[in-house]
Design a protein around this ligand. Sequence first.
Ligand SMILES: [Cu+2]
Length: 158
Amino acid sequence: MKSILPLLSLLVSAAALAQTTVQVEDPWVRGTVTGQPATGAFMRLTPSAHARLVAARSPVAGVVEIHEMAMDGDVMKMRQIPGLDLAAGRTMELKPGGYHVMLMSLKQPLKGGQSVPLTLIFEDERGKRFEQTLAAPVTALGAGNAAMPAAPASVARR
Ligand SMILES: [Cu+2]
């Protein structure tokens, strides 16, 4: 009887070579008022294999960072993190009061009904970068995200 091991190892190596992909669901950006310099982008991310969100960019923002919310004494503050690890097949939710993509140095007010191009940059398990660009609808200001500070004054840097 012939061994099926060669076939199995072929399948395993094919899986290892497969490109990691990240499913992005329900992206949205919080609308801004004139003069407001920053806002947050939120979504759910589910990677096919372990991946890390390491950066993002958007034509509407001069600076885009990955932020987390954390308690600093009694105060909830947001701060930049170098990346966000995504476990294979697990859904990570970026939401107000939690992890978010921070759009800073906004070039224009973002109004409800608009759509913002957003490019997410990931690293796969081997450190290879790949990108995904999506269109995130802008949600009118004040729509269910009171936990998100409007001003960047509370941004703490590591
Ligand atoms: Cu932030």
